[in-house]
Design a protein around this ligand. Structure first.
Ligand code: NAD
Length: 479
């Protein structure tokens, strides 16, 4: 196997480039073939990464202005490297270049946002009886673990607030997409003090090794609910702090009388964002029976016109599915749905070419109780379901162990907002889906979609411990 010279080769440990004895292959999902390799960290090297983070923590935690300055320098460094980072992302993740650039843009946006966010102590009491203030202290070494759909954005949702609060980080990306995060490490080790951010890669067992390291004091995990439960169990044993951003089965409810012509395109792209491989993508649509055919036809017509190809091809809108197991899973869910009586309004099959390309698929004629409706498909397939009564649609939207995001679509935004309040999810948006993903708004799931939130001041607080400093009154007695 040849290794392209432009792909990152090294881990970042204690500010230095570190080679490993073992490497593993990275597959280009547009060909299904390896195109590079990534370092496989050894247990000794992993230990040294966590120890480096622990050592750096002792000074990093003390100088808040230095941290703010460093995050701004990090943002500048990412902006300068954005073209290279995006190109790596296209090849290992499969997404179109435009989407990869949006991801690198989000990285520096998050760094700048957290650089500017204040974390001042809150004075709760200041009277003659005494003085008490609540401080937010960093926790220590943070293990950040990310999935393969948005490696850079989701990594930075952890790195920026963790570092801003005074923690240090060891990040481990998915073995399907290790390179962009390794490259990020190469960029940031030029501007951050040694040990503050360490990047390690390796096959899946590395996640468990990292979460059980005794010097790790907080785990910030994004991934599937199944793995999240294992992470929670590992954290419990050592009472490590934990934030879990997990799976979703996000419903969209279209209220009777909605203007289908207006909403079809935003609805479609909210389901197919990043080829449906997005935790907060719409995973099922409920539409009133009077408008069912109209919406299915409109979505199918958009799906049939989408340009699907390798991410660097001019005008490409969707790339391949990221990896073979996911490609097999999506194919299997569609076959299962067809066997259960689904009508394939658009797509429904793989492309006859190398790589993991699947046609954007709209399924109709299904009810709840079929896997594609009840499970998280995480791919380019959207089932459209019919309802008669809005209350029933809300009950069905909520009939899941997930609760990440949802949306309600209507010509009457006030009514839609009322219905939105009935849906049990961390973010529910009106006439848009996923539109509340900004650095300043909290994002997190209810039920099995997670514990805790990321982003905004709330996300920052998740990387802190509370400390009360209290004592006698600081007021001077009147002369
Ligand atoms: P995954 O759970 O298979 O893997 C996620 C990460 O966990 C990877 O880095 C993996 O190597 C690591 N890992 C595997 N076993 C581990 C263990 N025992 N301990 C610690 N880490 C371990 O998920 P995936 O397939 O990479 O990503 C897709 C899933 O992520 C979907 O369910 C999606 O909904 C979810 N997701 C959630 C959010 C969110 O913010 N809520 C965002 C993106 C993706």
């Amino acid at each position: 196997m040849s290794v392209a010279p432009d792909y990152p080769r090294t881990l970042t440990i204690d500010g230095a480039a570190v080679e490993t004895a073992e490497r593993f292959e990275v597959i280009d999902p547009s060909t299904g073939r390896p195109f590079a390799s990534a370092p496989s960290v050894s247990p000794v090297q992993l230990d040294s990464a966590v120890r480096a983070a622990d050592a750096a923590y002792r000074t990093w935690r003390r100088d808040e202005p230095a941290r703010q300055k460093a995050l701004l320098a990090a943002a500048d460094a990412v902006d300068a490297a954005a073209g290279d980072l995006a190109a790596i992302l296209v090849t290992e993740q499969g997404k179109p270049l435009r989407d990869a650039r949006a991801e690198t843009y989000a990285v520096s946006l998050w760094l700048r946002y957290y650089a500017g966010l204040e974390l001042a102590p809150e004075v709760v009491r200041d009277d003659e009886k005494g003085y008490a203030e609540v401080h937010r202290k960093p926790i220590g070494v943070v293990a950040a673990i990310t999935p393969w759909n948005f490696p850079l954005t989701l990594g930075m949702w952890k790195i920026a607030p963790a570092l801003r609060a005074g923690n240090t980080v060891v990040i481990k990306p998915s073995p399907y997409t290790p390179l962009a995060t390794l490259a990020l490490g190469e960029v940031l080790r030029t501007v951050l003090p040694p040990g503050v951010l360490n990047v390690v890669t390796g096959p899946d067992p590395l996640g468990a090794s990292l979460t059980t390291h005794p010097l790790v004091r907080k785990i910030s995990f994004t991934g599937s609910t199944a793995t999240g439960k294992k992470v929670a169990a590992a954290a419990a044993d050592d009472l490590k702090r934990v934030t879990l951003e997990l799976g979703g089965n996000d419903p969209a409810v279209v209220l009777p009388g909605a203007n289908i012509a207006d909403i079809a395109a935003p609805l479609f792209w909210s389901g197919f964002i990043n080829n449906g491989q997005t935790c907060l993508a719409i995973k099922r649509v409920y539409v009133h029976e009077s408008q069912y055919d109209e919406l299915v036809d409109a979505l199918a017509s958009i799906a049939n016109g989408v340009k699907v190809d390798q991410g660097l091809v001019e005008g490409v809108q969707l790339g391949p599915i990221n990896n073979k197991p996911q490609y097999e899973r999506v194919s299997g869910l569609v076959e299962d749905a067809i066997a259960a009586g689904a009508n394939v309004a658009a797509g429904g099959s793989r492309y006859d070419r190398d790589g993991y390309f699947f046609r954007p698929t709209i399924l109709s004629g299904l009810s709840d109780g079929v896997r594609i409706v009840d499970e998280e498909q995480f791919g380019p397939v959207l089932p459209v379901l019919t309802y008669r009564d809005v209350d029933d649609a809300v009950v069905r939207a909520n009939d899941t162990m997930y609760g990440l995001t949802a949306s309600v679509w209507s010509d009457d935004p006030e009514h839609a907002a009322e219905v939105a309040g009935e849906i049990d999810a961390g973010q529910v948006t009106v006439n848009a889906h996923g539109s509340a993903i900004t650095p300043d708004l909290p994002f997190g799931g209810h039920k099995h979609s997670g514990i805790g939130v990321e982003n905004g001041p709330w996300g920052l607080l998740g990387f802190t411990e509370i400390q009360v400093i209290a004592g006698p009154s600081r007021r001077r007695a009147p002369d």
